[in-house]
Every structure is written in C-alpha cells, then in structure tokens.
Design a protein around this ligand. Structure first.
Ligand code: ZN
Ligand code: ZN
Length: 168
C-alpha cells in the first residue's frame, strides 16, 4: 500500500524547498530522517560559507548530537550528494550544501581559512570531459590557496580574533 501524504508529494524537485529536497534524498537512499540530520541540514542551509565538522557541531548548539555523529552524518550526506566536500591546505575537510545550490570553487586564505567563493565554477567543462569518458557521478573540488586575505584587516575571521583577544 502506498501512503498518501500532503500535496508536497506532487511537487517537482525544483519547487521543493532545499530542506525538502535533502529529506527526499535521504529517504530515496534508505536513510532515516532523524532530528540531528535535520538540524545539520538546517545549519548548512543557514551558512554562507563552507563548514568543518567541528564548526557544524558548534553551530548545532548543546544537546543535539555529539561530534562523532556529525562526522557520520556528513559522510553519508556526501555519499547521497546532499553536500560537497572540500579540503583546507592541511587536509581538514569542509562541507557545503550541494543540493539545491549551485556549486562553487573557492579561494582560501591560508592564514585564517576565510573562504571566498569565486562566483562561478571554472572547471565544469573539465568535469563534463571526464563524464564523457563514461565515468559516473563525477564531481570535483577546486580550491585556490592564498597567503592571506585581500584585505587582512577586514577579514571577518581576523576581526573576530582581534575582538576575542581584546576581550581577554
Ligand atoms: Zn567547480
Ligand atoms: Zn585571512
């Protein structure tokens, strides 16, 4: 028997909210919709920048789930392509929402890890070339590393650090 739910089930993917698209991807891949998973997706939707597991865990606030759960959620989210994973120059992973958002390539400040989206993907043609060879589910991560921010004094991360050291 097929369960009938609200009018949402009739919506085409492009009409669904990003949250609904993500939840649908979880279900389609046999992953259950848990409170921590929903909260993590919301953190990613609300964030304007890519986040590490630790940063996601901090933004969840207390009592939602432990850090190990965040790690596990993020690797399953990556598998079902809800998120896209990138790396800082020391190999630390960061994640950004892939579903419902256009993919970005980034310039990353090595000093403070400030990530600046380039504004468009410069490797989409290369990705298509690889896919045309017959490879399935091709994705890429392209990050450029810079010694410091364009305007180090105005880097939001540096500003926050300066404020914190003043407060001490
Ligand atoms: Zn790209
Ligand atoms: Zn910086």
């Amino acid at each position: 028997m097929t369960k009938r739910r609200g009018p949402n089930t009739k919506k085409r993917p492009e009409e669904l909210s990003i949250m609904d698209q993500c939840l649908r991807a979880l279900k389609a891949n046999g992953l259950s919709i848990t409170q921590p998973r929903k909260r993590i997706i919301q953190v990613l939707i609300d964030s304007k920048e890519p986040l590490t597991n630790e940063a996601i865990h901090r933004r969840l606030g207390r009592g939602v789930c432990d850090l190990a759960t965040v790690y596990r959620c993020m690797s399953s989210f990556e598998e079902v392509r809800i998120v896209h994973r990138g790396f800082f120059d020391d190999g630390t992973s960061f994640y950004e929402l892939d579903m419902g958002r256009s993919h970005e390539d980034y310039i990353i400040c090595k000093r403070c890890r400030h990530t600046e989206p380039i504004g468009f993907c410069i490797a989409s043609d290369m990705e298509r070339l690889v896919a045309n060879r017959g490879y399935k589910d091709v994705s890429h991560t392209l990050t450029f590393f810079a010694k410091e921010c364009l305007d180090p004094d105005n880097c939001p991360h540096n500003k926050a650090a300066a404020k914190a050291s003043k407060a001490k």
